[in-house]
Ligand binder design. Structure first.
Ligand SMILES: CC(C)(COP(=O)(O)OP(=O)(O)OC[C@H]1O[C@@H](n2cnc3c(N)ncnc32)[C@H](O)[C@@H]1OP(=O)(O)O)[C@@H](O)C(=O)NCCC(=O)NCCS
Length: 150
């Protein structure tokens, strides 16, 4: 928990989750992927599962890689792993929103096939910035496989 908090605090713009919130995520209906390196936490990715009538959506809440480990494929690996877990949990797509000026994150998402679907104007504070809405639809055949009866 201390290592998660350290990485969170060292990354501008990360949601300021308390230990209680983290414990809730770890115990609840969320997907939490944590990468360890050299006895420390090198990155994490968190998605919540939204169960609406007839379908399950996954929403990316946060992804971060510690600055010492960036540009080595770890963000890509964390997100790929999380996408696999979301599909295994029955989600049909993963949605997210990202600051329009976050070129690194937007390139990471685009590289994995996410589509930009719209803007939420002046959505973020400190500094005020638009949110770009993105989503990745999972292949239907995979979803059908998950739902096929035994
Ligand atoms: C976004 C972030 C998670 C990427 O992690 P990473 O481990 O460096 O990413 P990867 O090495 O897997 O890079 C994957 C792709 O992302 C893109 N990318 C990553 N960093 C980039 C940068 N600084 N500039 C431009 N593109 C970048 C590239 O397309 C890259 O593919 P390539 O290496 O083949 O060019 C990392 O920069 C980070 O933690 N940023 C701060 C937190 C944040 O903004 N999170 C997103 C909002 S919650």
């Amino acid at each position: 928990m201390a290592a998660l908090q350290r990485l969170q605090a060292a990354t501008p713009g990360m949601p300021p989750w308390t230990d209680v919130h983290w414990r809730g995520l770890l115990a609840g209906d969320a997907i939490v992927v944590i990468a360890e390196a050299d006895g420390d936490i090198a990155g994490y990715a968190v998605a919540s599962l939204l169960r609406i009538p007839g379908e399950v959506l996954a929403e990316l809440e946060a992804i971060v890689v510690a600055s010492a480990y960036r540009r080595n494929g770890l963000g890509n690996g964390l997100l790929r792993y999380l996408l696999g877990e979301a599909q295994a949990a029955g989600a049909i797509r993963l949605i997210l929103e990202v600051r329009s000026g976050n070129t690194a994150a937007r390139a990471l998402y685009r590289g994995l096939g996410f589509q930009e679907e719209g803007l939420r104007r002046r959505y973020y504070r400190d500094p005020v910035e638009d949110a770009v809405l993105m989503s990745l639809q999972f292949p239907q055949d995979t979803v059908a496989l998950e739902k096929r009866p035994e």
